[in-house]
Design a protein around this ligand. Structure first.
Ligand code: KIV
Ligand code: ZN
Length: 533
C-alpha cells in the first residue's frame, strides 16, 4: 500500500507571523474551519505563549475542529509547554509542538548555549510534553545548517524521550533539493530508532525551492510536510500547500503516495485567506493564481477546445475552481441566494441573509449577472465584524481629462455627519484625502490593490488595501461596480479597524481647520451599513 504523507498546515502560525498577514481570533477560527474541511492532517493553530490573542485562537480552534489534529507551538521551556497544553487540552485530537535551535550559528549567537546544553533542553522539553500528551512533535530549528552527526544525536534522544514526530526545518530556505533529499536519507540511515517517529519537513522559500525540497524529502523518507496556504510565511514564505498537494496528486505516477487532503477545497481555502488578510496572490501563482487555468493565446485555446489535456495537467474542478460561475440575476429570491451560498460553503443565519440579500439586490440592479465571485465578495467583505466607527454616507467625485480630480465625502462619526472635499493626483487620491479631512485622521497607505471580481464590463472592482497607523498595519477590503467607491469603503474599513484597536486618534476638530466640517446630525433611520453595499 502506498505510504500516507501527512500535511501539517501552519498558515495560522508561521504564515500569520509574517508582516502583513496578522489575523484576529475570529478570522483564525474561520480559517481553521476551512482547513478542517480541506482535510489537512494537522492544523498548527498558533504559538500560545506569544500573546493572549494567540492563546485564545488556539483554545477556540481546539474547541471547534473535529477532524484535524490541532497543534500549538512552544519552546522547550516548561512555562511555554504548560501554556500550549492549557490551550490545547480540550481538542478532540491535539499535539504539542516544541522546538529549539540546533545549528551552531543559532546556539552561539541567539541562544548562547553549548550543543550539550541544547540537547539536554530538547530532551527535557520533550519528556515534559510527553507526560501531558502522547502526540509530541519536536523541531530542530535551523536543522539544515546543523552538523549532521549532532542533529542525529538530538533526533535519537528526543525520540527516546517521547517525540512521535521529528521535524527537520530548513528555517532559512538554504537547501537545494538533491542535497536536502540526501540529508533526510542520512537521518533515516543514522538514527537507530527513527522508525518510532514520523519524519517531518518544514521548508522556507528564500531560494524559491521550498516545494521542491519538500518533495525531495518525501522521496527520501519524510512522512509529513509542513506548509501554508498560498505559501505565506516568514520572509519569502513556506512551502505552498496547494503546490505540494497537487504535485503529489498530479504526479502520482512518479510519486506513489496517499494524501488525505481534499484538493477540491484548495481554491476556496486560498480565496478565503486572501480575503481575510487582504493580501492577493500573484496572478500567475501555480494552482491558485487567476491565470492558472486561463488560456489566452489562440493556439492554446484551439487545443483546449479539442481536448483540455493539451494544455492542462489538472482540471480546474480538481482544485475547486468551478467551470460555470454564472448564478443569479435580479429576480432571484432569498431562497435561491441562501441555497447558492450553501453551495459555496456559507450557512447564513437570518440576519446575515437579510443584510446580504439587500446588498445583492442593489448589486443586481447595477449588474446584469451576479457571479459566484461577486457573492463571495459580498459575504466576505461583510464578515470580520469591524465596528463601524466611521460610516460613508455619500461620495461625489469629479475627474476627467484636463480636470483636476476632486472628491467630496460625507462621513458619519459619533452620530454627526462631517463633510469635506479635496483635490488629488487622481480620483482615488482625491477621495482618500477628502476622507482624511472629513475624519481628521491621517494614516499612511501601505498597499493598494484593485482587481475585477468577475468578468464583463459591469464587473465589480474589488479593492484590497493596507494602511499604517500607530506603527501597526490594518487591512481594508470592499467591492463595488464603482472602483472609487470600493476604494473609499475599503479605506474606511481599514480606518475602522485601526479605530477599534484604539490606535487612531482624531485631531481636535474645534481648533483645526484641516478637518471636516460638521454639516448635520444623523437620523437613526438614515444610518447605512456600508459593508454590504
Ligand atoms: O522555520 C522554522 O524552523 C520553524 C520552526 C519553529 C518549526 O518555523
Ligand atoms: Zn518556519
Amino acid at each position: 500500500m502506498p505510504k500516507q504523507i501527512l500535511i501539517l498546515d501552519t498558515t495560522l502560525r508561521d504564515g500569520e507571523q509574517a508582516p502583513g498577514f496578522s489575523m484576529t481570533v475570529d478570522q483564525k477560527v474561520r480559517f481553521a474551519r476551512q482547513l478542517d474541511r480541506l482535510g489537512v492532517d494537522v492544523i498548527e493553530a498558533g504559538f500560545p505563549i506569544a500573546s493572549q490573542g494567540d492563546f485564545e485562537a488556539v483554545r477556540q480552534i481546539a474547541g471547534i475542529v473535529s477532524q484535524s489534529i490541532v497543534a500549538g507551538l512552544c519552546r522547550t521551556r516548561r512555562g511555554d509547554i504548560d501554556r500550549a497544553w492549557e490551550a490545547l487540552q480540550h481538542a478532540a485530537r491535539s499535539r504539542i509542538h516544541t522546538f529549539i535551535a540546533t545549528s551552531d550559528i543559532h546556539l552561539e549567537h541567539k541562544l548562547k548555549l553549548s550543543r550539550k546544553a541544547a540537547l539536554k533542553e530538547a530532551v527535557k522539553g520533550v519528556s515534559y510534553a510527553a507526560s501531558l500528551t502522547a502526540d509530541v512533535e519536536f523541531s530542530a530549528e535551523d536543522a539544515v545548517r546543523t552538523d549532521i552527526d549532532y542533529l542525529c544525536e538530538v533526533v535519537q534522544a528526543v525520540i527516546e524521550a517521547g517525540a512521535t514526530t521529528v521535524n527537520i526545518p530548513d528555517t532559512v530556505g538554504y537547501a537545494i533539493p538533491l542535497e536536502f533529499g540526501e540529508f533526510i536519507a542520512q537521518i533515516v540511515d543514522k538514527v537507530p530508532n527513527i522508525n518510532q517517529a514520523v519524519i517531518s519537513v518544514h521548508c522556507h522559500n528564500d531560494l524559491g525551492l521550498a516545494v521542491a525540497n519538500s518533495i525531495s524529502a518525501v522521496q527520501n523518507g519524510a512522512g509529513q510536510v509542513e506548509c501554508t496556504v498560498n505559501g505565506i510565511g516568514e520572509r519569502a514564505g513556506n512551502a505552498a500547500l496547494e503546490e505540494v498537494v497537487m504535485a503529489l496528486k498530479v504526479r502520482r505516477d512518479f510519486l506513489d503516495y496517499e494524501l488525505g487532503v481534499k484538493s477540491e477545497e484548495i481554491a476556496r481555502s486560498s480565496r478565503l485567506l486572501t480575503r481575510i488578510t487582504s493580501q492577493p496572490v500573484q496572478r500567475n501563482k501555480a494552482i491558485v493564481g487567476e491565470n492558472a487555468f486561463a488560456h489566452e493565446a489562440g493556439i492554446h485555446q484551439h487545443g483546449m477546445m479539442q481536448n483540455s489535456s493539451t494544455y492542462e495537467i489538472m482540471t480546474p474542478e480538481s482544485v475547486g475552481v468551478a467551470k460555470s460561475m454564472l448564478v443569479l440575476g435580479k429576480h432571484s429570491g432569498r431562497h435561491a441566494l441562501a441555497e447558492r451560498y450553501r453551495d459555496l460553503g456559507y450557512d447564513l443565519n437570518r440576519d446575515e441573509l437579510n443584510r446580504i440579500y439587500s446588498a445583492f439586490t442593489d448589486l443586481a440592479d447595477k449588474k446584469k449577472t451576479v457571479y459566484d465571485a461577486d457573492l463571495l465578495a459580498l459575504v466576505e467583505s461583510g464578515q470580520g465584524s469591524v465596528e463601524a466607527v466611521y460610516t460613508l454616507e455619500n461620495l461625489q467625485v469629479a475627474s476627467g481629462t484636463g480636470v483636476t480630480p476632486t472628491a467630496t465625502v460625507r462621513i458619519v462619526f459619533n452620530g454627526d455627519i462631517f463633510e469635506d472635499s479635496a483635490v488629488g493626483d487622481g480620483p482615488v487620491d482625491a477621495a482618500f484625502k477628502a476622507v482624511e479631512r472629513a475624519t481628521g485622521v491621517s494614516v499612511k497607505l501601505e498597499a493598494y490593490h484593485i482587481d475585477s471580481v468577475s468578468a464583463g464590463k459591469d464587473a465589480q472592482g474589488e479593492v484590497l488595501l493596507r494602511i499604517e497607523a500607530g506603527g501597526r498595519s490594518f487591512a481594508g477590503r470592499a467591492a463595488s461596480t464603482d472602483v472609487v467607491e470600493a476604494s473609499v469603503r475599503a479605506y474606511i474599513q481599514a480606518l475602522n479597524r485601526a479605530a477599534s484597536s484604539g490606535v487612531v486618534i482624531n485631531k481636535e476638530r474645534d481648533n483645526d481647520d484641516t478637518v471636516g466640517t460638521l454639516v448635520d446630525a444623523v437620523s437613526p433611520v438614515e444610518e447605512v451599513d456600508y459593508e454590504f453595499h
